[in-house]
Design a binder for this molecule. Structure first.
Ligand SMILES: *Cc1c(COP(=O)(O)O)cnc(C)c1O
Length: 219
């Protein structure tokens, strides 16, 4: 199927109020433009430099989502335009986003990335640290960030039961958090291989790359 057919397929298959993030990392601008022309406006990238150069070249009504690990010293490059950062995993990073957003008179939306996978290398906050971070009334002290939800990545495995357990964990956590912090409406979970499971467990935002754009050569 073509890229535009893939976009249409997802737009039709996803429940209402579910956002499709087209994960376009490593793909060149003409490929992204095929998705754009099919109506896609939300794109996800995992490298700041790559996202900046695509933002410069592409139409300005695109919402750019950062889905990769963020180094504090690179926040400044995306602060003028990034719509949503999925991968906030420390107070230090949140403070830097606030500082850089202020320079552009912006409020940058953020998700707290929660570690749900078993693998050691996966980034993210532990549940208790995320809870403590939210308890600090950061929304009062950091007016240029807006924490709007949670994000998680399941283990890279074929074991559906394990993936499901991890999604359940995040979903339960989201339910608990939203009671205390009703602004945390977004639950970003699910990729090409596991998005239907994620939807079953309350995902409101899926990040789909390879099954829209085809396999990647790297990353
Ligand atoms: C690459 C990536 C995706 C998309 O993965 P696919 O399996 O290609 O759909 C989703 N989320 C994150 C954080 C990624 O880095």
């Amino acid at each position: 199927m073509s890229i535009s057919e893939n976009i249409e397929k997802y737009q039709n298959a996803l429940p209402e109020n579910t956002t499709l993030v087209a994960v376009s990392k490593t793909k060149p601008v003409p490929i992204l433009m095929q998705a754009y022309e099919a109506g896609q406006r939300v794109f996800g990238e995992n490298k700041i430099q790559e996202m900046v150069s695509k933002w410069e070249e592409m139409p300005k009504d695109i919402q750019w989502h950062m889905i990769g690990h963020v180094q504090t010293n690179k926040v400044k490059y995306m602060a003028p335009f990034v719509d949503l950062i999925h991968t906030v995993d420390s107070l230090k990073l949140l403070k830097e986003i606030n500082k850089q957003a202020a320079k552009h008179q912006r409020v940058i939306k953020c998700l707290l990335q929660i570690k749900i996978a078993k693998e050691e290398h996966k980034f993210g906050l532990h549940q208790t640290d995320a809870w403590q971070l939210l308890a600090k009334d950061i929304q009062d002290t950091l007016p240029h960030v807006s924490i709007v939800g949670l994000m998680g990545m399941a283990s890279f495995t074929d074991d559906k039961t394990q993936i499901e357990t991890e999604f359940k964990t995040l979903s339960n956590l989201h339910q608990k958090f939203i009671k205390q912090h009703p602004q945390l409406t977004i639950l970003s979970m699910g990729m090409s291989g596991d998005y239907t499971l994620a939807l079953d467990h309350g995902s409101t935002m899926v990040r789909i790359g390879s099954s829209i754009f085809g396999a990647r050569n790297y990353n």
